[in-house]
Design a protein around this ligand. Structure first.
Ligand SMILES: Cc1cc2nc3c(=O)[nH]c(=O)nc-3n(C[C@H](O)[C@H](O)[C@H](O)COP(=O)(O)OP(=O)(O)OC[C@H]3O[C@@H](n4cnc5c(N)ncnc54)[C@H](O)[C@@H]3O)c2cc1C
Length: 405
């Protein structure tokens, strides 16, 4: 859609082929329906938030910035609001309303939108792409922008067809794995459902393979019936998925350490525990801990620390408080895997960026063929970066296709 907006601005004739009954379905569910459509981060900071080939996006993110995107939607009557982490949402409407506004705008620009039209193949001649063929046998000629998305949430229409189309033009598709996905834990205390639904705010999580730290992220964490989710977890999930993708050993595990007090070092936390115990001398250690962490976490912390919570606070020595503080700073979870790619926020991997001109989004192998969005081997953290990637690459691809000689 953004490619069509950019191309239509040059006076080009546009046809948008969408296989579902309506375009932009993923936008309607993004951000829980509220659509975190960009981030206030500038282009360089955006690149830092794109672990999957961020540098490839240098031109696209400079040519069409998050600010441009906000201004564009503002011109369509969608006022935006900034929330935590610089995430930008529409202030008083939903993603579905943004899609409606986009579609109205496309109509006003004279873009023809054909829904229920699935593209089956590229029409190729030598090293040129002349158009596309639909599953219904229809043939459409002109320059082509492939913006078919990844493999996540296939119900929205992104079923990976773009990878096949690109492959017929000689493109390589790098390994595909989930990013922004919930993680599966094998600890009994998670599986038992004792903490299901419990959210921990402003924690940090780190992902470790033995002694090696692979990733870490801050934010909120949510315990589910099978493991953990929430923004902090989604942002370390890419590193976990990459490791699991290469392991044939079904029993391979990684470790997550949750720091429930990232703003305090161990001595500060220890001091606070001892101070509370000094005031509430008649209380049990368990009761003191309730001042610090949610009730449902208390028995778990005791069981992991190997400490009897019923002992009197006055009788607990430094060793006890230290062990509890250590446990709260490094609560271990055993990670057995990730949820599947169809449940991921974004698909990591895709059409090899080495084969795409980053200044135009045109294929380096086939003239007249352009790529945009998640189908390319680019993926960002949660926070509005993936949608901005789609908008920026879409804008650049549409403009380049329309202006190509
Ligand atoms: C649950 C969820 C929440 C998300 N929340 C956010 C968020 O808040 N912020 C954010 O930045 N990102 C979010 N994302 C990621 C973001 O939505 C995607 O990265 C982005 O939509 C990718 O845009 P795209 O245009 O490349 O692909 P898509 O949005 O997947 O669009 C691809 C389109 O191509 C169509 N299509 C596919 N194959 C064919 C074919 N053969 N012929 C014709 N049409 C075809 C599909 O039907 C679809 O309409 C979320 C993703 C999910 C799954």
């Amino acid at each position: 859609m953004m490619a069509a907006v950019a191309a239509a601005g040059t006076g080009a004739r546009l046809l948008l082929l969408e296989k579902k009954n309506s375009p932009g379905r993923k936008m309607t569910i993004a951000g829980g329906g509220r659509c975190n459509f960009t981030n206030i981060a500038g282009p360089e900071a955006m690149i830092d938030n794109v672990p999957g080939n961020g540098k490839f996006l240098y031109s696209a993110l400079h040519r069409y910035t998050g600010e441009d995107c906000r201004e564009f939607f503002n011109s369509l009557g969608i006022v935006s609001r900034v929330e935590g982490g610089g995430r930008v949402f529409p202030a008083d409407c939903l993603g579905a309303d943004m899609v409606s506004a986009l579609v109205r705008h496309l109509h006003s620009l004279g873009v023809e939108i054909k829904c229920g039209k699935e593209v089956e193949a590229l029409i190729l001649e030598g090293n040129c792409c002349l158009g596309v063929a639909g599953v219904d046998g229809g043939k459409y000629y002109g320059r082509v922008v492939v913006a078919t998305g990844g493999l996540s949430y296939p119900g929205t229409g992104s079923t990976g067809k773009g990878y096949q189309l690109a492959a017929t033009a000689g493109h390589h598709v790098t390994e595909l794995f989930p990013s922004g996905v919930a993680l599966v834990c094998s600890d009994d205390w998670v599986g038992s459902g004792r903490v299901q639904g419990l959210a921990l705010s402003n924690i940090t999580v780190s992902l470790n393979d033995g002694e090696r730290r692979l990733a870490s992220a801050g934010g909120d964490l949510l315990f589910t019936h099978f493991g953990v989710s929430g923004p902090a977890v989604l942002n370390i999930s890419r590193a976990a998925a990459k490791i699991f993708h290469h392991k044939t050993d079904q029993n391979y595990t990684l470790t997550i350490l949750i720091d429930m007090f990232p703003d305090k070092n161990i001595d500060m936390l220890l001091n606070e525990l001892e101070k509370a115990a000094g005031i509430e001398t008649r209380k049990t250690v368990k009761s003191i801990m309730r001042f610090f962490i949610p009730d449902r976490m208390v028995p778990l912390v005791f069981s992991i620390a190997g400490i009897d919570g019923e002992m009197k606070a006055s009788g607990a020595g430094k060793v006890v408080w230290r062990r509890l503080a250590d446990t709260m700073k490094q609560l271990p979870l055993t990670l057995a895997g990730t949820c599947p790619i169809r449940e991921a926020v974004v698909t990591a991997g895709g059409i090899d960026t080495k084969e795409i001109n980053s200044r135009t989004m045109e294929s380096k192998l086939v003239r007249g063929l352009y790529f945009a969005g998640e189908v390319i081997d680019v993926d960002g953290y949660t926070g509005g970066f993936n949608m901005q990637i789609a908008f920026s690459t879409g804008y650049l691809a549409g403009l380049s296709a329309a202006l190509a000689k």
